[in-house]
Design a protein around this ligand. Structure first.
Ligand code: 13P
Length: 260
């Protein structure tokens, strides 16, 4: 199943929460979403142990999409500690983050592996949320456009247009993740337009409908300006997704900005 709205606010909980806090956070998000049906898709990516509970809770409201934070590129096998896409599908997970910079940086994930994960997700009908973005040195040296273009071509170049049409892409400048630094609205708008053009080169007109989310210290204080970018279709939120009120404020802001 795909996200119904093109404006998306997604929460990546990373390795945070325990059963009690995850439970409370999910309850608050599902209750709000049930009471406020709107044109923003809310996506929540809790840690693996809480995915089953999250799907169950979201199922009752039907409006929150549950995503995993990672998956393995093989269907199944002797890969101790890993989680396969068919497992995720079998419990009702609908989407999965792939290529997050923390996975690239700490677990050596590169675009060839990411490309295989995306294929596996598409094979099983899960929506990949593909992350790209440059690090601080690449931003400062001015190479950031080439870096992001290279990531996109390596990870997505083997897909046909109909597959690219099923993706969500997140632009997450690494220098802005968890640092409190954030891209300015102009920097975000420029990179989102650049990413849109790259996607259109690969897939033609269908890429115009692919949601491109911004991620990196996105908070209610800076979201309005960032979300105003023409090619910014919402956010992928880390730290600010761990507090229900803050995350819901970001959903409201995205709804208000994108309504016009
Ligand atoms: P922060 O919002 O904590 O900077 O994290 C962004 C992110 O990495 C989302 O995937």
């Amino acid at each position: 199943m795909e996200m119904s709205a093109r404006t998306i606010v997604a929460g990546n909980w990373k390795m945070h929460t325990e059963a009690g806090t995850a439970n409370a956070l999910l309850d608050a998000l599902v209750a709000w979403s049930a009471a406020n049906p709107g044109h923003v898709s809310m996506v929540v990516a809790p840690p693996f142990p809480f995915l089953g509970m999250a799907v169950e809770k979201a199922g009752s409201a039907g409006s929150v999409i549950i995503a995993a934070q990672n998956c393995h590129q093989e269907e199944q096998g002797a890969f101790t500690g890993e989680v396969g896409v068919p497992m995720l599908r079998s419990i009702g997970v609908q989407a999965c983050i792939v290529g997050h910079s923390e996975r690239r940086q700490y677990y050596g994930e590169h675009d060839a592996i990411i490309a295989r994960k995306i294929k596996m997700l598409l094979k099983h009908g899960l929506q990949p949320i593909y992350c790209c973005g440059e690090n601080r040195e690449e931003r400062e040296s001015g190479r950031f456009r080439e870096v992001v273009a290279d990531q996109i071509r390596k990870a997505l170049g083997g897909l046909v247009p109909a597959e690219i049409a099923k993706l969500v892409v997140a632009y997450e400048p690494v220098w802005a993740i968890g640092t409190g630094l954030t891209a300015t609205p102009e920097q975000a708008a420029e990179m989102h337009a650049f990413i849109r053009a790259e996607l259109c080169q690969l897939a033609g007109g269908v890429a115009k409908e692919v949601p491109v989310l911004y991620g990196g210290s996105c908070k209610p204080e800076n979201a309005t300006g960032i979300f105003r970018g023409d090619e910014v279709n919402g956010g992928l939120i880390g730290g600010a997704a761990l507090v229900a009120d803050t995350f819901l404020e970001l959903v409201r802001i995205a709804g208000a900005v994108k309504q016009h």
